[in-house]
Design a protein around this ligand. Structure first.
Ligand code: MG
Length: 262
């Protein structure tokens, strides 16, 4: 099933995508929901990020080729970091760049995001998938210059709107071997399969939940494939007028335009 969230009279509402129609839902998608009976055409809706995450966990360098393009060996254990909640952004909403005098090295990272449905702590790897509600697309947008100069990643990863998410949460998906693609202005710049992940989806849920309680709606970005602008060319830094797509097999396409600072 494909769950989504949309803006209804300025308030968020949940829906279920059924063909080109969206069935409005009542209740809590993680525990108890039902169709209200109202349906709306998908094309008329302003989609929101499909969840308002309690926390945004991210995994660094989880594809060997991406670790290598940054000049390092593959990590021995998952590199866990956070994006602040203010970084959440919606499908089709602009990624607003900082002012050029602040940062000009704005990079894209297409990623499969895990959406936690059932919270928990110290979740066993064998039980991990029972805690997953579904999967969606994410763009771990990053200010590389801030990431480097700060000595840690909080600021460079957490600019307002630097975590586009969506468009849907797919709940019935085998994620062991899916194509993950990033396209800049229609040109493929990142492409890999989830079978290449160094640390698997169940292991990541297990690992992050060690000592950290996961909640319904928490998300874990599973890492980005090789092909970031950082490793390839300054020509690929995001510029006003660009558009970036994260396309994951079985989920859909998350597309965002890029806009100059106001
Ligand atoms: Mg990332």
């Amino acid at each position: 099933m494909k769950f989504l969230r949309y803006s209804q009279h300025g308030r968020p509402a949940y829906g279920l995508l059924e063909g080109e129609q969206v069935s409005h839902l009542e209740g809590d998608i993680f525990t108890n929901w039902q169709r209200s009976g109202k349906t709306l055409p998908l094309a008329e809706l302003e989609l929101l990020a499909p969840v308002q995450p309690a926390a945004i966990f991210c995994i660094g360098k989880n594809y060997r080729a991406h670790a290598e393009e940054f000049g390092g060996p593959p990590p021995e254990r998952p590199i866990v970091f956070l994006k602040a909640p203010n970084s959440l952004n919606h499908p089709q909403a602009p990624i607003v760049l900082p002012r050029p005098e602040q940062s000009v090295q704005i990079d894209y990272e297409a990623e499969l995001a895990i959406v936690i449905g059932k919270g928990g702590k110290n979740i066993a790897e064998a039980e991990a998938l029972a805690h997953v509600f579904g999967y969606t697309c994410a763009n771990d947008v990053t200010a590389r210059d801030w990431q480097k100069q700060d000595g840690q990643w909080a600021r460079g990863k957490s600019l307002d709107g630097f975590c586009p998410l969506g468009p849907y949460i797919e709940t019935e998906l085998d994620v062991s071997d899916l194509k993950v693609e990033g396209r800049l202005n229609g040109v493929v710049v990142q492409s890999a399969r989830t079978s290449e992940l160094l640390f698997s989806i169940p292991y990541l849920v297990h690992y992050v939940s060690q000592a950290i309680t996961l909640s319904p709606g928490s998300i874990i970005l599973s890492g980005t494939p090789a092909g970031c602008g950082m490793a390839r060319s300054p020509q690929l830094w995001l510029k006003p007028g660009d558009r970036f797509e994260v396309d994951i097999e079985g989920i859909g396409i998350l597309e965002n335009p890029v806009q100059a600072a106001g």
